[in-house]
Design a protein around this ligand. Structure first.
Ligand SMILES: Nc1ncnc2c1ncn2[C@@H]1O[C@H](COP(=O)(O)OP(=O)(O)O)[C@@H](O)[C@H]1O
Ligand SMILES: [Mg+2]
Length: 512
């Protein structure tokens, strides 16, 4: 089919080719034979290099991707509407690159550095190639600092470290983007530069995200790199590499960077489309054989550098959309194996209203645990244990009416822990406050509080903690919390809760 189209097109350019070519040097120039959504086949350009940029007569750029003996396959990086068979293409001797500078903070750009917002041109700094080698092992430092997402369920159970790659995956509309955006919002005043790479999303959803970042004062330390759904697939394909190059610029200058790829499912599809158009052989789910490699070489670039190599870090949160909760399809399994853990969002948990819908049983962080601050690590073990006990008992208890006292306590406490782990969007919580709330609920302070009032109980715990300087200090000193300080905090909180919540509750019950 494509062959047939090609031959028809070739007829139409025969004229162009038969015309005296004059001084047209087919080593330096080419002639467009055919084009399809995003791909141009060119005759000539015999000396061109793999991934070199070429320029069409209307100024649009393309990237050389297939080198055959008689024709060259080019991925378009711009609008193809004005390109015609017979047009000339010329070499640029450059690879795809992007300008990088601090001036890009707060801006929205495309993967070639073109400004997409209305804030005027940017003084371009250094130009760096979009595809770069990942830092060698000897340049890498261990991951030892936490990157706080501000989301209780993540920071406690699947903590992320600076330089880690943690996959966020789940069906559509399960809150994947929300987690990424809340994590960006939580980096305010924390000296972390954020890059949100939007891949083939509708313009309307990206502009909503930009508005949110503006509203929460988070755009000033964020760069949005986007290839829209309307853009050619070539742009979507290079977008995450370009965004990573910007991240590397900051990392190599000693900054901590957080990068979001939203999402790599669309990235894989863009690459599949390009590969099929280039008539490359396809394998499982029609993806080309090197689909694993395009994601592994991308995520290998996220790391924590040793001080002598810049000392910064790139923490990556790639997003993947699953279909019908199928974690074992091709792209999800690839990414699960490439990353250092995954946060799985379940639509069933989401429907029950437990949002963020993190499936604790399926989610894991393979390096983040070591980076948690000691005061936090102290409570996560008991949190995980209590919660998993509860999850088992909850299923079991639906079948039996009579429960002993001990079981009842586990169930009531578990329900309250689950409630505490629910969290509204755009409301990341400081790590000290998270610890205060979790210590309180795990010690049973919320056991007598009505489930509907748990939000208020949390506020009380946070308030008591904020007034207790000793408690605050013992957390910031990066030590475990002293038993006495902890007990004092618990006593105080218990008192306040009884005064403000339990009594009221009892009274209102009496009135009824
Ligand atoms: N913590 C939350 N609390 C309440 N609603 C949320 C929360 N997180 C996400 N949502 C809502 O759920 C919907 C889906 O979220 P979104 O992040 O866009 O999902 P996805 O990226 O997985 O498709 C959105 O309407 C969003 O506002
Ligand atoms: Mg999304």
């Amino acid at each position: 089919m494509i062959k047939k189209q090609l031959s028809i097109l070739e007829e139409s350019v025969k004229d162009a080719l038969l015309k005296p070519l004059g001084d047209l040097d087919l080593e330096e120039y080419g002639i467009v034979l055919s084009l399809d959504r995003g791909i141009v086949i060119v005759k000539g350009l015999y000396k061109v290099k793999y991934q070199e940029l070429v320029e069409f007569s209307n100024g649009i750029l393309g990237m050389v991707y297939n080198l055959n003996s008689d024709r060259t396959g080019i991925i378009l990086l711009g609008n193809y509407e004005n390109i015609r068979a017979g047009d000339r293409v010329k070499r640029t001797y450059k690879v795809a690159s992007i300008p990088v500078s601090e001036d890009y903070l707060g801006r929205v750009i495309n993967p070639l550095g073109k400004v997409l917002d209305e804030k005027g041109p940017i003084d371009t700094g250094i130009i760096m190639p979009v595809e770069r080698e990942a830092p060698p092992i000897m340049h890498r430092a261990p991951i030892n600092k936490p990157l706080q997402t501000g989301i209780k369920v993540i920071d406690s159970i699947v903590p992320v470290g600076k330089g880690q790659r943690e996959l966020i995956l789940g069906d559509r509309q399960t809150g994947k983007t929300a987690i990424a955006i809340d994590t960006i919002i939580n980096q305010k005043d924390k000296n972390v530069i954020c890059i949100y790479c939007s891949i083939a999303q509708q313009i309307s959803s990206v502009s909503k995200i930009i508005d949110v970042l503006k509203t929460y004062d988070a755009l000033s330390y964020t760069i949005v790199v986007m290839a829209g759904a309307e853009d050619p697939p070539g742009l979507a394909y290079i977008a995450p590499y370009a965004a990573t190059t910007i991240a590397e610029f900051f990392m190599e200058n000693g900054h901590d960077v957080l990068i979001i790829y939203d999402d790599l499912t669309k990235h894989a599809r863009a690459y599949r489309e390009l590969s099929l158009l280039l008539e490359r052989p396809s394998g499982r789910e029609s993806y080309p054989g090197d689909i694993f490699y395009i994601h592994s070489r991308l995520l290998e670039r996220s790391t924590h550098l040793k001080p002598e190599y810049g000392g910064g870090s790139i923490t990556a949160l790639p997003i993947i959309e699953t279909q019908a909760e199928n974690l074992s399809s091709y792209i999800p399994t690839n990414l699960i194996s490439i990353t250092d853990g995954q946060i799985y969002l379940s639509p069933k948990i989401f429907q029950k209203g437990n949002i963020p819908a993190v499936d604790i049983g399926t989610s894991v962080s393979r390096v983040g645990g070591k980076t948690q601050i000691p005061a936090y690590r102290q409570i996560t073990t008991s949190l995980k244990l209590t919660y998993s006990q509860f999850s088992e008992l909850e299923v079991f208890s639906t079948f039996s009416a009579r429960l002993d006292e001990k079981t009842k306590i586990i169930l009531e406490r578990g329900k309250r822990i689950r409630k505490v782990l629910n969290q509204a969007q755009y409301k990341p919580i400081d790590v000290t406050d998270q610890i205060a709330v979790l210590i309180a609920v795990l010690s049973g302070l919320f056991d007598d509080v009505d489930i509907e009032m748990i939000g208020q109980a949390e506020k009380i715990a946070i308030k008591t903690a904020s007034k207790n300087l000793e408690f605050q200090l013992s957390i910031s000193e990066l030590n475990k919390i002293d038993d006495r300080i902890r007990d004092d905090f618990l006593k105080e909180t218990a008192l306040e809760i009884t005064k403000e919540l339990v009594n009221k509750d009892a009274k209102s019950k009496k009135h009824r």
